[in-house]
Design a protein around this ligand. Structure first.
Ligand code: SF4
Length: 363
């Protein structure tokens, strides 16, 4: 995206495109590596910080490219160490991203791919007002850079999940270059095996990824074991159907060798009954897949409830006995509105529209 002054964001260029830009102006190719190192390893937020570049080049870059265009509009920290940022973009839109810590020393980030979401899952705050726009590559990378700055210098982001606001497969032209920057050794250096793209299931896009040999994990958000219920919970299912999604997911597994993951938000009294577990067994038992069950955290204004512990335990028991590989994932940071879209709505409701602003690090 270009600014009002027609400036490009540097991170909307690949490293190769940036190198070509430098070469056209007579700068040596290694300058691209220096700039990338400042951005991805040394956490620079402005060209003036890049002190091993000639002053003239720093000025030229600052005159041509934007670098730090997101502002932290809200920053919440939970007792379990989870931190959530609401980032304001250059045009005033806002997106959420989350840093999760675990006791193995992992630092996972959950990032957004769109402002809002068109998929309309009925239990989700992100989709309540539909999709506003796709995020640019630079805006997706900016979430990782901002969250990385919350860590001490000796720590790095270890995992990335695209499970925040938006449907990543609806924005692949920007998502894939951003994940490339995350995974390249001269970018954030996060192993592709530690990057997961989460989708409600867009079969054509899943097949495209599979055919390209996408190196990332794919997590398909099922949320229901039959089309009738899924059509109610995930309206985008009406045009697609579970069968087509599973067939595309199988193709992904066949072509990439990446084990499939399925996500299932357990909604109390809605999709957490024994018959739902038994239907899930029919869907998943012959697949090399992991099913993540996520007990729902209520969202203000929505009628869905957390499942009882007894219903959750019974659900897991039936699935396990049926041969499905299942894990319960409790949402971290629920006290800070960490479920996607909640903080954005909360701040918008409390503050009204926030004036557009550019720059600055974590507040
Ligand atoms: S759960 Fe995900 S796909 Fe569904 S509306 Fe929310 S952000 Fe979109």
């Amino acid at each position: 995206m270009q600014s009002a002054a027609g400036m490009l964001h540097l991170l909307d260029l690949t490293r190769e495109e940036f190198q070509a830009w430098l070469a056209q102006r007579g700068h040596p190719g290694y300058r691209a590596g220096q700039v990338w190192q400042w951005i991805f390893q040394r956490r620079a937020v402005g060209f003036e910080q890049m002190t091993d570049l000639p002053q003239a080049l720093r000025a030229e870059l600052a005159g041509q490219f934007l670098l730090d265009t997101t502002r932290v509009a809200a920053h919440r920290t939970a007792d379990d160490g989870t931190e959530k940022l609401l980032l304001q973009l250059a045009d005033g839109e806002q997106v959420e991203c989350v840093l999760l810590r675990d006791d193995r020393g992992h630092h996972a980030v959950c990032i957004s791919s769109q402002v809002g979401c068109a998929m309309g899952c009925v239990f989700c705050a992100s989709g309540l007002n539909g999709v506003v726009r796709n995020l640019t590559t630079a805006e997706i990378v900016a979430q990782m850079l901002q969250l990385g700055r919350l860590l001490p210098p000796e720590n790095r982001i270890s995992h990335v999940v695209m499970m925040g606001m938006g449907e990543p497969l609806a924005n692949l032209p920007h998502v894939l270059p951003a994940l490339e920057m995350a995974s390249r050794p001269d970018g954030l250096g996060i192993s592709a095996r530690r990057i997961t793209i989460s989708t409600v299931g867009l079969p054509a896009a899943i097949r495209r990824l599979a055919e390209q040999g996408c190196p990332y994990h794919l997590a398909v958000s099922l949320h229901a074991p039959n089309d009738e219920l899924r059509n109610q919970l995930v309206p985008s299912n009406r045009k697609v159907g579970i069968g087509a999604i599973l067939a595309a997911a199988d193709e992904y597994f066949r072509l990439t060798g990446r084990r499939l993951m399925f996500e299932y938000v357990l909604l109390g009294g809605v999709n957490d009954q024994p018959e739902h577990a038994r239907q899930l067994i029919q869907l998943l038992r012959n697949r090399s897949a992991l099913l993540n069950l996520i007990p729902y955290n209520p969202v203000k204004g929505l009628p869905y409830e957390t499942p009882s512990s007894r219903a959750t335990a019974r659900f897991v028991e039936i699935l396990t006995e049926g041969g499905v590989n299942v894990k319960i994932r409790y949402r971290k940071g629920s006290r800070i509105d960490a479920a996607c879209g909640q903080l954005r709505r909360l701040v918008a409701a409390a503050e009204g529209p926030v004036a557009p602003a550019v720059g600055s690090g974590p507040a």
